[in-house]
Ligand binder design. Structure first.
Ligand code: SF4
Length: 514
């Protein structure tokens, strides 16, 4: 085909995101190891059960909960459909109110922008309010590498940071730690902490509060994320439950907010929907304890220097996928994690990404790609699900995660070329198309009963089928197939008895109708 000037061409694909969006092991291997951690399974089981029950209580009491979910879904879909225009409107409004907007194509660019802004203040410390976006881009690691110390101020984030650990839940990042471990972390890492500190939660919180209060009062720069950015007014919003966010957002001279571009909402009034959906779905509370909102800079009140960093980092690539873009509707409530039977057992670290659980399994490959040919750990994430659909039922913005998982599996299969599984499926399809061959195959399969134990299960199949039997009890083939039972005297007698029974019911119904 010849090309000529002005001929439409496929635009180059937007680049995938960088940062903490890829583990170093595939999900099955990582999950296998995490499953051995009994402490983790106990903590996760208890925490997710508690939050699930609370969530069902506060969502069930609202007569218009389903309408709220529909409204949330519609607003987010509308937002994604006109994202460029809304982002430009947001930029204009923030600028009009004295803020400065920066555009970051990827994590590295966002890190550089934040580092430059912090350096310009002359501060070597920053306080931070919990932010998934800055975890995603590895901002803390970047700031530390250039001599700037970030202090996480959310209690769970602080525990994770002091322990040099990774978050394992969107909402409860230290869910995998118990109080004895936390006490020891504080004794080891917080300067001047009372050596007689015990493991009573209130005492642990008091130790963290004393440590953080000094940081709040002396640090001149804060970095935050944002739950929502309102295009209509230029207002940013952070919702949190400890008050540490309020401190970070009001006390320092300079505030730098890193926000994923999908967090924009068209109108101020849209908050009416999301400030009901978010707390009820995340913590099971009717309303959020601290909801901070600010619009640019207010002279004499709060930070006098405000910067908004709009982060792409793979979001445009996700937006280009007609099915995958739905993952960008996520408001990070974590309801899907709390109902997921896979997450409840493996915990968040197994997913290898900042975003764990069902939403992580669809969002991570969308943001950072999944290269099946390169044996990419991200290509295993769409399989980290039983497709039970609980995540879809729980999601406040009705993201159809199971369908997206199936689509990503399809994309992975398309990418991965010829595999043993594909060949096996092709062979099975060929056999099933030929009735005689199928009957012969069933007879041959019946010999597999020899391999079954007394309990009728096969515990180990030879390679390449061992991948199946390694993690499942495989039932031995039955003595008789359904087709041969149907053809037997017993099958014929059962079918004719069923037919008689059906005829009797029909006659009775006619009798009643008369
Ligand atoms: S996908 Fe839905 S349920 Fe899961 S975190 Fe996002 S908004 Fe919440």
């Amino acid at each position: 085909m010849s090309t000529f000037l002005g001929m439409p061409a496929t635009p180059p694909r937007s680049p995938y995101g960088t940062g903490n969006l890829r583990g170093d092991r595939k999900f099955p291997k990582a999950a296998h190891d995490e499953l051995r951690n009994e402490q983790l399974r106990r903590n996760l089981g208890k925490a997710t059960r508690t939050i699930r029950t609370k969530r069902l209580g506060v969502t069930g009491e609202l007569p218009d909960w389903e309408q709220l979910r529909d409204a949330g879904s519609a607003i987010k879909t509308d937002t994604m459909n006109r994202l460029p225009e809304l982002l430009e409107q947001l930029e204009q409004k923030v600028t009009e109110h004295g803020g400065t907007v920066h555009w970051a194509r990827d994590g590295a660019e966002a890190n550089e922008i934040v580092a430059r802004l912090v350096r310009a203040t002359g501060s070597s410390d920053v306080i931070k309010v919990k932010s998934m976006a800055t975890q995603e881009i590895g901002l803390n690691e970047h700031l530390e590498s250039i001599g700037i110390t970030p202090y996480e101020t959310d209690l769970a984030e602080l525990i994770v940071q002091l322990a040099d650990d990774k978050p394992s839940h969107i909402l409860v990042p230290a869910i995998h730690r118990n109080r004895d471990e936390i006490r020891q972390i504080f004794l080891d890492e917080i300067p001047g902490v009372d050596p007689d500190l015990d493991n009573v939660p209130a005492h642990l919180a008091a130790a963290a509060r004393a440590y953080l209060r000094e940081k709040f009062m002396t640090t001149k720069v804060a970095v935050s994320g944002a739950n929502f950015g309102i295009a209509e007014t230029g207002t940013l919003s952070v919702v949190e439950s400890e008050g540490n966010g309020r401190m970070c957002l009001t006390l320092p001279d300079t505030l730098i907010t890193v926000m994923g571009i999908e967090k924009v909402l068209p109108r101020y009034q849209d908050l009416e929907v999301f400030l009901q959906l978010l707390p009820r779905s995340s913590t099971g509370e009717r309303m959020n304890p601290y909801t901070s909102m600010w619009t640019g800079v207010t002279p004499g009140d709060g930070p006098q220097d405000f910067h908004l960093v709009l982060l792409d980092n793979g979001r445009t690539a996700a937006l280009a996928d007609t099915i995958g873009r739905e993952a960008l509707n996520c408001i990070r409530c974590s309801a899907c994690l709390n109902v997921c039977p896979v997450y409840e057992r493996t915990g968040g670290h197994a997913y290898g990404s900042t975003y764990p659980g069902p939403i992580g399994a669809v969002l991570t490959p969308q943001l950072a790609g999944m290269d099946a040919a390169e044996d990419d750990p991200n290509s295993s994430l769409p399989y980290a699900s039983s497709l039970c659909g609980a995540c879809f039922d729980a999601c406040p913005v009705k993201i159809d995660i199971p369908s997206m998982l199936v689509e990503l599996r399809h994309q992975h299969t398309e990418q991965s070329g010829t595999t043993a599984e594909k060949l096996a499926m092709k062979a099975a399809a060929g056999v099933m198309k030929r009735p005689k061959l199928f009957a012969a195959a069933q007879k041959a399969a019946a010999l597999g009963r020899i391999a079954g134990g007394r309990d009728g299960t096969i515990s180990h199949l030879p390679a390449p089928l061992s991948g199946w039997s390694d993690s499942r009890d495989t039932p031995a083939p039955p003595k008789q197939t359904f087709r041969s039972w149907l053809a037997s005297a017993e099958g014929a007698a059962t079918m004719s008895a069923a037919a008689e029974e059906g005829a009797r019911h029909t006659a009775d119904d006619h009798e009643e109708d008369r």
